[in-house]
Structures are given as structure tokens and as C-alpha cells.
Design a protein around this ligand. Structure first.
Ligand code: FAD
Length: 453
């Protein structure tokens, strides 16, 4: 085995997570190798909107130039048909005037190529492009070694730390024997249109519709991305028609023109929960470590945070891989629990397919309408600035209490029975969240006591 087959860190996958990890670990003076197949299928529908913590993380890692993509100041949420109510609920990241604290939206392929190009120039970072991890040897009491298909032959690469950054359907995760639970929610279709008629430029526009969630945001260069959700078993043409009926008419015409000219991009929306995020000298990162419905647009931000947490854990443990991975697993597990729970709860409430969900939906909007502080706190959770399950539990309770404000409305509609059922569900959920928060605290506390060092 020569030097190029013996590195400090091998990273399977050169997406956002892999590249952020490469940049973060090179800051510790480690020799990092990125293995990336560069699939030839062209443009892909995936993450583009990056929240401020993700942007700040990418800048800190030296991976992002300012002029890329479009500025995002927060979410503009349209609760119904635009014609009936053109005023969205605005959830800005920051109080007015603070322009430093913004997110960005960058076309996915442009973002991916930019990040990979930047990372390859960093000191200590090597990359094998057109290569793929095809097997993992070791495990049990031996460290893992990776088998990599590169330059027409299989090569064995040994590393002190191996990262699986190969996306939600990670094969490397399978190779080391980490199982996972999967739930497929829905599909997503996406087109690129002119941004002239984008309703709220500089915001991530979210349209809530029982047919699914739709997004629209600028991506720079006069272009905007539109994503339309297609629920499981739903007819895609019907879904598109339904989504378009929620949009402003002029914007709808722009989208129809693009749809008539060619096929939209497509993707699937999954929730994936691996049974572990580390094993021996191996760790999962980014979507491979877990992903949820893209409703909160937080996958990229979470991947960047993973990389920073891993770097800090290695630094604190003085490069003791085993101790660092235990800490990494603990902290990331906490963040993922909050992110996934939030996405699931919001999705149920926004689709509002049962009277109970409708009550939650109305409670959320009542909370946002009446509490500027509540809007700020919600946005902190949505953007992962606040990743505490305790905060989520506390906010859920605040939201649930709004059911009492809404009681007269439900009484007028003679829907007291549904209100009672909804209220009971909200209170039970609120208790479950409190309990989850407490058991998470105990889990982490005892894991910390058992951790080496
Ligand atoms: C429709 C949709 C919309 C989304 N919108 C947003 C959004 O607005 N904002 C947001 O933050 N997130 C969003 N997300 C989530 C976001 O796309 C992901 O969280 C993010 O791309 C994860 O990056 P990753 O590097 O973990 O995985 P990926 O981007 O999947 O990268 C994995 C890499 O691994 C490589 N690879 C695969 N197999 C191997 C192998 N055997 N060996 C080596 N390399 C391999 C692949 O070529 C790929 O480059 C969205 C997702 C979807 C599906």
C-alpha cells in the first residue's frame, strides 16, 4: 500500500456533507481524501435554500463566495389561495435592518460544483473523481478499510476515520452493517422559471394546499425555482393543477409555459432514520446520517453543522477518533431529533387532513399572528439556529394553548366535538414532547458518563 492509499480521513461522497467535512477536517491539519463518482444524470432536484447557520458555516470553512445565488430573508407562508388572501405570514430570520443574518438559495448543481471545486483547492484535501466506494472491510475489533473503484481497478484505502457522506440511500451505510428505517412521503416536481413574478422576492415562498406543499424562491441570475409536492397515490397532473390554482395568476402562467416546454425534474421525499450514526472508525454525515421531509429546507444547513460538530469533537478529544465519534453521535442525534420532529409536525398541520390537524394548523397561524416573539422563535427552530428539543416542546405547548382562542370559531361552526378531539390530541402530543425532551436529556447524560475520556 502506498501513501495515496493511506490517509487520515476518507470521505465517501462529494456532496455538500462530504465537502463540508473535508474542509472542516483539513482545518485540523488532517490529510483528507474525497471519493466522488460524479454521476452523469445531469441536473437533480435537491436542496438549494440554505439558512443563515448553513451560510455562516460554509463561509467559516472557506467554501462560499458571496455573489452566488440569491439572498433569502426568511419564509413567506401563504396559508391559502393567493387570489383570496395575497398577504403571506412573514417569518424573517432577523429583525428588520439586519442584513448580515440572511440565507441564500443557489441552484443545486451550481452549489455542488462550486463547493467541490473550492474544497479540492484546500491544503490537505485530495479527491478521486469518477471513483466510488464499493466495499468496506473490517469491523468488529478491527478498523474499517475502504475498497474504492478508481482508474479501472479496485484499490484498498486505509484511514483513521471513514465518513459515509453518500446521501440518503447510502450504500456505504449498508456496507458497514448499519440498518435504517425508511418512510416515503411523497414526490416533488421542480421547474426553473423567470423570477419577475415571484410573489415575495427575497423570501422562500411556501404555499399550503391540501394537495401538498409548494415552494418558490429566487436562485439568482433572474431565475426562480418552483417545487410542487405530489402526495403518495395522487395523480401528478391533478396535483399540478391544484398547486397552480393557489399561485398568483401571472406567476402561474410563467410556470405553465415552462411545464409545456419540457419535463420537470423529479425527486422523492423520504424520512430515513439509521439505527446508529457511528460504528468503530466509521461515521455517517449529512443525509446518510438521516433525512426528513424537505419542508423546513434544512438538509444542507444540517449537513454543514454535522461537519463543524465533527471537527470540534475531534479537536476537543485531541484527535482521539473513538471519543470524538461518541460525542459527534450524541450531539447530532439531538439536532436530528428536533429537525425531524418539527418537519413531521408541520407537515401534518399544513396538510390538515383531519380536524385535529386543522386545529393545529389554525393554532400555528394564530400563534404567529399574535406573537412577534413567537415568529422569531419558530424561525430559529426552522432554520436550525435553535436545535433544542426542549425549545420545540415549549413552543408546541404555546401553540396548542391557542386552541382556546379559536374555540368560539369552532363553536360557531358547530364543531365542538372536533375541537375537543383536536384539543385532546394537542395536549397529549405536548406531553409526549415534554417526555421526549426529558428522556433525550437522560440518554445524553448517561451516554456522556459512559464515554471514554
Ligand atoms: C426535493 C428536495 C428538496 C430539498 N430542498 C432543500 C432545501 O431547499 N434546503 C436544504 O437545506 N435541503 C433541501 N433538501 C435536502 C438536501 O438536498 C440534502 O440534505 C443535501 O443535498 C444532502 O447532502 P449530502 O451531501 O448529504 O448528500 P447528496 O447531496 O445526496 O450527496 C451524496 C454524494 O455521494 C456520492 N456517492 C453516492 N454513492 C457513492 C459511493 N458509493 N461512493 C462515493 N460516493 C458516493 C454521490 O455522487 C453524491 O455526490 C431537499 C431535498 C429534496 C429531495
Amino acid at each position: 500500500m502506498n501513501d495515496r492509499n493511506n490517509v487520515d480521513v476518507l470521505i465517501a461522497g462529494g456532496g455538500v456533507a462530504g465537502v463540508a467535512a473535508a474542509a472542516a477536517l483539513s482545518q485540523l491539519g488532517l490529510h483528507v481524501l474525497i471519493v466522488e463518482p460524479l454521476p452523469a444524470q445531469g441536473r437533480r432536484l435537491a436542496g438549494e435554500l440554505i439558512h443563515p447557520p448553513g451560510i455562516e458555516g460554509l463561509r467559516e470553512l472557506g467554501l462560499l463566495d458571496d455573489e452566488l445565488g440569491a439572498v433569502v430573508k426568511g419564509f413567506a407562508i401563504f396559508p391559502g389561495v393567493f387570489r383570496d388572501d395575497p398577504n403571506p405570514m412573514l417569518l424573517p430570520y432577523a429583525s428588520s435592518g439586519d442584513t448580515d443574518h440572511c440565507g441564500r438559495a443557489i441552484e443545486h448543481q451550481v452549489l455542488k460544483e462550486h463547493l467541490l471545486d473550492k474544497a479540492r483547492r484546500l491544503p490537505g484535501v485530495d479527491s478521486w473523481l469518477g471513483a466510488r466506494v464499493t466495499g468496506m472491510e473490517g469491523g468488529a475489533d478491527r478498523p474499517f478499510t475502504a475498497l474504492v473503484q478508481y482508474e479501472g481497478r479496485e484499490q484498498r484505502v486505509s484511514a483513521r476515520l471513514i465518513l459515509g457522506a453518500d446521501g440518503p440511500m447510502s450504500q456505504v451505510r449498508k456496507m458497514v452493517g448499519i440498518g435504517h428505517r425508511t418512510q416515503r412521503y411523497s414526490g416533488m416536481m421542480g421547474v426553473e422559471v423567470e423570477d419577475t413574478h415571484l410573489p415575495h422576492a427575497e423570501y422562500g415562498n411556501i404555499f399550503l394546499n391540501p394537495a401538498g406543499v409548494a415552494y418558490a424562491y429566487g436562485i439568482g441570475g433572474g431565475r426562480a425555482r418552483v417545487m410542487l409536492e405530489v402526495l403518495k397515490d395522487a395523480d401528478s397532473r391533478e396535483s399540478i393543477r391544484s398547486h397552480l390554482s393557489f399561485f398568483p395568476e401571472v406567476f402561474c402562467k410563467d410556470i405553465e409555459r415552462v411545464l409545456a416546454a419540457g419535463k420537470p425534474l423529479a425527486a422523492a421525499n423520504y424520512c430515513i432514520i439509521p439505527e446508529a450514526s457511528v460504528r468503530g472508525n466509521f461515521a455517517l454525515i449529512g443525509d446518510a446520517r438521516g433525512c426528513c421531509h424537505p419542508l423546513t429546507a434544512s438538509g444542507i444547513t444540517a449537513a454543514v453543522k454535522d461537519a463543524l460538530i465533527l471537527r470540534d469533537a475531534l479537536r476537543e478529544s485531541r484527535l482521539d477518533v473513538r471519543a470524538a465519534l461518541q460525542r459527534y453521535s450524541r450531539v447530532c442525534g439531538r439536532l436530528e431529533l428536533t429537525r425531524r420532529t418539527l418537519a413531521e409536525e408541520l407537515r401534518e398541520a399544513f396538510l390538515a387532513q383531519t380536524p385535529e390537524d386543522l386545529l393545529l394548523h389554525q393554532c400555528i397561524f394564530s400563534y404567529w399572528r399574535t406573537s412577534p416573539q413567537g415568529r422569531v422563535r419558530s424561525m430559529a427552530l426552522l432554520s436550525t439556529l435553535d436545535s433544542s428539543i426542549f425549545s420545540l416542546a415549549a413552543q408546541y405547548t404555546m401553540v396548542a394553548l391557542h386552541a382556546f382562542r379559536l374555540l368560539p370559531r369552532w363553536l360557531r361552526r358547530k364543531a365542538l366535538g372536533n375541537w375537543n378531539r383536536g384539543m385532546l390530541k394537542l395536549l397529549l402530543k405536548s406531553l409526549v414532547f415534554q417526555q421526549t425532551a426529558i428522556s433525550q436529556w437522560f440518554k445524553e447524560h448517561y451516554a456522556k458518563l459512559g464515554a471514554p475520556g
